[in-house]
Design a binder for this molecule. Structure first.
Ligand SMILES: *Cc1c(COP(=O)(O)O)cnc(C)c1O
Length: 369
């Protein structure tokens, strides 16, 4: 199968795909990231040859030499996006080109080759077309897609970016993030550990950022909170993100409200959900702003009512309200601790567009097949 990017995908579908009854049992309660579809896509890269050997094959373990560079030096980047069942039974991915562009930027920062946007989108199309039966149709369910790339050159003494890579896409059915209703989270402001420093890899979506975050997340849990909130590395004062999600603050109430998100300084991950919500909020008539927000602003704003709601956003959970905040020297609650009206309206609108229930005015849905 030769595609628009000129790369030929060799289709080698499984002779033993999961039986329908077994698949339906998984789709009845998929959870998140626990079950994977029958196939995967792989594309290889080597210096000089470029991208080659694009394949769709049965989902299977990788075989790697123990001295493969990614295992030692962590050259790895990834993406996360979803495919949704549409009311007419077709399947659409949400803004895959935007993820493809971000993947290119992440690759550049990690010294990795930049996969063309069309190839990224085609690789996903090929997998979703093959495993379309794995796209759930209930409520907020979706097929989560995980494109990623690793350095596959072998050797320990290499003091430069690898010259060989493997790009892959795998897929995992995802249930509604809040099957029993949207539940606000409690957050811990991390002043001891930072996620990203100026000049570092904070705006790249790379595994290394996550490796460095788990200890702080564990500390948040030890403090009795659900999630860690990252502050800037220099002053430990400016609010950046919540775990693997971006943050939003609702200033004011009702139709006069403005939704405010921390501005992209180079140390924040530029979320596709964050970007989509800036547009959706404006469509709904709210003001929008990208600003620096300090922990003092946050605390005072919740106390004097400037900020009526706070929420986090990302592909996996879409929107998660923040109900309470704790740090080494203070704790406070956000509003009455319940999901806010504007938070829920934005959530409903975004999910509505993704699932085809609300008109897609911005051409965000990409039909597959
Ligand atoms: C992926 C990610 C996000 C959210 O990005 P989306 O494109 O909206 O899913 C936010 N922060 C971090 C650190 C991330 O890795």
């Amino acid at each position: 199968m030769t595609t628009a990017s000129g790369l030929t995908f060799d289709l080698k579908p499984s002779a033993h795909p999961t039986p329908a009854a077994e698949r339906e049992a998984v789709l009845a309660n998929p959870g998140f990231g626990r079950h994977f579809t029958d196939h995967m896509v792989t594309i290889r890269y080597s210096e000089g040859r470029g991208w080659y050997d694009a394949q769709l094959t049965p989902y299977a373990p990788l075989e790697l030499d123990p001295a493969t560079m990614v295992l030692h030096y962590g050259q790895e980047i990834f993406e996360g996006l979803k495919a949704y069942r549409q009311p007419d039974g077709s399947v659409a991915t949400f803004r895959p080109e935007t993820n493809a562009e971000r993947f290119r930027r992440s690759a550049r920062r990690l010294g990795m080759p930049e996969l063309p946007v069309e190839t990224f989108v085609e690789a996903i199309d090929v997998l979703v077309a093959q495993d379309g039966d794995w796209v759930p149709s209930g409520g907020e369910q979706s097929l989560y897609l995980r494109p990623f790339m690793i350095a596959t050159e072998v050797g320990l003494g290499i003091n430069r970016p690898a010259q060989e890579y493997l790009f892959m896409v795998i897929a995992s059915p995802a249930g509604a993030y809040f099957p029993r209703g949207v539940n606000p989270v409690s957050v811990w402001l991390s002043k001891e550990y930072v996620r990203a420093a100026p000049g570092g890899t904070g705006e790249a979506k790379c595994g290394g950022n996550y490796a460095a975050s788990f200890l702080a997340q564990a500390e948040a849990v030890r403090q009795g909170c659900d999630q860690v909130v990252w502050l800037d590395a220099v002053e430990r004062r400016w609010v950046e993100e919540m775990g693997g999600m971006n943050l939003y603050f609702v200033r004011g109430t009702g139709d006069a409200a403005t939704v405010v998100t921390p501005q992209l300084t180079g140390t924040l991950l530029p979320g596709v959900t964050r970007d989509s919500l800036l547009t959706i909020a404006a469509d709904l008539g709210y003001g929008t702003a990208e600003e620096r927000i300090s922990t003092e602003d946050w605390r005072r704003g919740n106390e004097d009512g400037e900020f009526s709601e706070v929420f986090a956003c990302g592909t996996a959970a879409v929107i998660t309200p923040v109900g309470s905040v704790k740090s080494a020297d203070a704790s406070w609650s956000v509003g009455d601790g319940q999901p806010g009206e504007i938070t829920m309206r934005l959530r409903q609108t975004l999910v509505g567009i993704q699932t085809g229930e609300i008109e897609d005015r911005h051409g965000w849905l990409h039909r597959v097949g």
